[in-house]
Write a protein that binds this ligand. Structure first.
Ligand SMILES: *Cc1c(COP(=O)(O)O)cnc(C)c1O
Length: 408
């Protein structure tokens, strides 16, 4: 008899985006003449940069040739990509990394979920709230989150980020062993300055906290005072793992590639208090459960760092950030309060007149045919907010704002 992992039964079967899809489907059936504009799901719309396409075409041809065919690659990734990452994403910002500290993967979702494999089941977990749902759900699956009361998990410490504290998390009152930080943030679109992030690194150093830092949106940063990597802060290599992704940066949501940095000086502890380098554990985990990202994909990712690739990536980022500005200005002109959007492709709107997230979602859908994402779907502190993304097409972004202005 195969017993199941009953932690899975604790997860609500409803997934935020499938609830939204159902509502949109119903609306479309009852309002067949309306054109719905989706600024809901955080997926990109611009095609791959030409440099990536060319590199992938070339790699495909290599795979068809006896002399250049590649089978299994290194589980950690090819050195051509690791070296390009270290040189362009880190050395350029004064951060030195050893090639053995970078692990190429098939996207940041996998590793932000998988990292729990190397951590004990009874660590306490801290998250900023609202948050990317993967962090909590993956801890529920491993039993680390405890039990739910319908909105919060008993072993998760929620650190509210709201208008009241300007979306800057304050140190928690309860002890946490593992802390997830995502900056620039999904869903609020807000960011932390170097000084603010430094306080968290110092907090982690003083309290033996492991920070899991998700930097999936670093490429959208415009302000020079905002760190792209947590390792730009002194001491961070002793406390943090960093996750990066090419998904939003270069349109790789369908191609699948990202990477995880596990510094060699970062330690975890045995129950007896002995220090153990997390890099060794993660390497062991990857070699057992992961057989590497495809060669073709890694060649595509490498091309992001060529001069042409870098220009093309920047064009796409600029396109989305122009959308973000159009959204922010349009929403402000309507007299609504809106946050984020300056260094991230997300806008976090305060629902007017004290409306709940879902009420505001319904209103936008039924009155202007615009789909957002209810903030409460990202955690209890998201109640009363709604997220719009800047990943739409320009004409849709403009039309959405025109509809909003006419409506209010
Ligand atoms: C989109 C996103 C990722 C990237 O996921 P991939 O698996 O790399 O596509 C990671 N973290 C956050 C917060 C995201 O929004």
């Amino acid at each position: 008899m195969a017993l199941i992992n009953e932690n899975f039964l604790k997860l609500s079967s409803n997934y935020l985006f499938s609830d939204i899809a159902k509502k949109v489907k119903t609306y479309k059936i009852t309002h067949p003449k309306e054109r719905v504009i989706s600024l809901g799901i955080g997926d990109v719309t611009r095609p791959l940069p030409q440099a990536c396409l060319e590199a992938m075409h070339k790699a495909v041809d290599e795979m068809g040739n006896q002399q250049t065919f590649r089978g299994y690659g290194p589980e950690q990734g090819y050195s051509f990509l690791i070296d390009a990452i270290i040189k362009n994403d880190y050395a350029s910002r004064g951060v030195t990394l050893d090639p053995g500290e970078v692990f190429i993967n098939d996207g940041a979702k996998s590793d932000t979920g998988n990292i729990g494999d190397i951590l004990r089941h009874d660590n306490s977990v801290g998250v900023t709230d609202p948050i990317y749902p993967v962090y909590i759900d993956s801890n529920v699956m491993s039993g680390r989150a405890g039990d739910s009361d319908g909105s919060k998990w008993s072993n998760v410490v929620y650190i509210p980020c709201t208008e009241e504290n300007h979306f800057v998390p304050e140190f928690p009152h309860r002890k946490v062993d593992i802390l997830y930080l995502c900056y620039p943030n999904n869903p609020t679109g807000t960011s932390l300055t170097k000084g603010q992030l430094k306080q968290w690194v110092n907090y982690a150093l003083a309290n033996n906290v492991l920070i899991l830092f998700d930097a999936a949106y670093e490429a959208f940063i415009q302000d020079p005072d905002i760190p792209h990597s947590i390792y730009e802060i002194r001491g961070a290599k002793k406390v943090a793992i960093e996750f990066r992704s090419f998904s939003k940066t270069a349109g790789f949501t369908g191609v699948r590639c990202g990477y995880t940095v596990v510094p060699k000086e970062l330690n975890g502890f045995t129950l007896a208090g002995e220090r153990v380098p997390l890099n060794h554990l993660w390497n062991r985990r990857q070699c057992t459960k992961f057989n590497g990202t495809s060669y073709i994909t890694q060649r595509g990712a490498e091309a992001i760092y060529t001069p042409e690739g870098a220009i093309q990536v920047k064009e796409n980022i600029d396109y989305y950030m122009t959308n973000a500005r159009i959204l922010k200005e349009g929403i402000q002109e309507c007299g609504l309060k809106v946050f984020g959007g300056d260094n991230a492709p997300y806008l976090w709107i305060k629902a007017p007149n004290g409306l709940s997230s879902w009420k505001f979602f319904d209103k936008l859908l039924y009155e202007v045919s615009i789909v957002g994402t209810p903030g409460v779907g990202f955690g209890p502190s998201g109640e009363g907010y709604l997220r719009l993304t800047a990943f739409g097409e320009r004409k849709d972004t403009l039309e959405a704002m025109a509809r909003l202005k006419k409506w209010l």
